[in-house]
Write a protein that binds this ligand. Structure first.
Ligand code: AMP
Length: 416
């Protein structure tokens, strides 16, 4: 057991690293962050920042010499760096778990080999494989980069071979998966913390609404039947066990219009859809990450009340003008979290707020009203039970690359 007073290390200094650092420091640990970026969000709270690349062995050795145990905030750290660190200090999650979850081809094949349902897919290692892939996978389909894609980036919708070839070339001609478009009813995710001895703490599923591939709103608990929720929790536990996982992990699911529950992807780290746990649960996902890393008892994952989390993207800034934060802060039940990023780019996650409601519906109504006020009154579409717009017009625009992501058919406008 590693007790307060010790130093912990983390690879990656973005917002997930920052919230890990805040949790660890409030529990009395010191934290060293390794990240190539100067003044990254986590470094602002850390005791020390080693500014170096994730493959710099000298830097990794320094991190290991200063810390009792080491974790990561994102899956795109080379698994080999985690393996290198594991030769010197306890590391969680393991390089082996990361190697599966940082590569869509390996991840999908892993799920399939254990009989876990996903959207139908085909592996496309090279351009010549496209014709056969299209015979296996119904269109409209999504071409997804096998590695390094996130927040809907590195993905293209397509309907035929010509579009598939164009998409494959645009994505750099590197290995991809071709995935059938799912007629999605709802997206949910389940967070789990798993300790080295196999004990687990599982959070209730949250319901996720995306806009242009980026998480917009998470609703906890998800408005799904108890059977679907329990099924998703059981699949999450099974995936964590199959991976021999140690740490915090999220599994994203699609619930198709026909009711099938499909695994979309696995995130080997705390997850954006779990940010509500900071304010609405006995134990946040970041405290769980500290607890697992230090070999402490897992915290209670109970949700204390309905919560809605809304992401705050760089788009909210107008000509360098910060959004009217008083619109969040004036609400006694809204909690604002900003990540200390200096450059506000469209689509960049700058912060989030969580609204703690009496009921899910009330929390959603209030959260939407605040979101609407933050945009300065411009309606912003929120996907609730929507789906990708695969109408001929949208597909045509997507193919012409005038619109890299298909718009979502919107059921609800984000109005109070
Ligand atoms: P991903 O990066 O794979 O999580 O994809 C980002 C978002 O794109 C998902 O949360 C979905 O909203 C959408 N998406 C991804 N894959 C599919 C699919 N096969 N069918 C329909 N929508 C999808």
């Amino acid at each position: 057991m590693i007790l307060p007073g010790a130093s912990l290390g983390i690879l990656g200094g973005g917002q997930l690293g920052r919230m890990f650092v805040m949790a660890a420091r409030s529990m009395g640990y010191a934290v060293v962050v390794l990240d190539p970026e100067p003044d990254c969000p986590a470094a602002q709270w850390a005791n020390r920042h080693i500014q170096a690349s994730y493959t710099d062995h000298d830097a990794l050795e320094r991190l290991a010499s200063e810390c009792a145990a080491i974790t990561t905030e994102f899956e795109n750290v080379p698994a080999s760096s985690l393996n290198y660190l594991a030769g010197m200090r306890p590391v969680s999650p393991s390089g082996a778990a990361l190697a599966v979850t940082q590569d869509r081809i390996r991840e999908k094949n892993f799920l399939k080999s254990h009989g876990l349902a996903t959207a139908p897919y085909a592996v496309v290692e090279h351009r010549q494989a496209l014709g056969e892939a299209l015979q296996q996978v119904a269109t409209p389909a999504l071409m997804k980069l096998s590695r390094a894609g996130y927040d809907g980036k590195g993905q293209r919708w397509l309907c035929n071979l010509a579009e598939a070839e164009k998409a494959f070339d645009e994505l750099g001609g590197t290995p991809c998966i071709l995935e059938a478009g799912v007629d999605i009813q709802t997206e949910i995710s389940v967070l789990i913390a798993r300790a080295v001895d196999g004990r687990v703490a599982v959070y209730p599923p949250s319901e996720n609404c995306h806009r242009e591939g980026i998480l917009d709103v998470s609703i906890a608990p998800a408005r799904v039947s108890p059977e679907i929720g329990e099924h998703a929790r059981q699949i999450t536990i099974r995936i964590a066990e199959l991976l021999g996982y140690c740490g915090v992990m999220a599994v994203e699911f699609f619930i198709a219009q026909d009711g099938r529950l499909l695994v979309n992807e696995i995130a080997p780290r705390p997850h954006n859809s779990g940010h509500y746990t900071l304010d609405a649960c006995h134990t946040s996902q970041f405290e769980q990450q500290v607890r697992v890393l230090c070999g402490l008892m897992l915290g209670d994952a109970t949700l204390l009340g309905p919560a809605v989390m809304v992401n705050l993207l760089g788009d909210l800034w107008r000509e360098d003008q910060a959004p009217p934060w008083d619109q969040v802060l004036n609400h006694p039940r809204a909690k604002l979290h900003l990540y200390g990023k200096h450059e506000e780019r469209p689509g960049r996650k700058m912060g989030h707020f969580t609204y703690l409601g009496e009921s899910v519906e009330e929390a959603l109504t209030q959260a939407r009203a605040i979101q609407y006020a933050l945009t300065g009154g411009e309606p912003s579409p929120v996907r609730e039970h929507g789906r990708a717009d695969t109408s001929p017009k949208s597909m045509e625009l997507a193919a012409a690359d005038e619109m890299p992501y298909l718009p979502i058919i919107t059921d609800t406008l984000c109005k109070p």
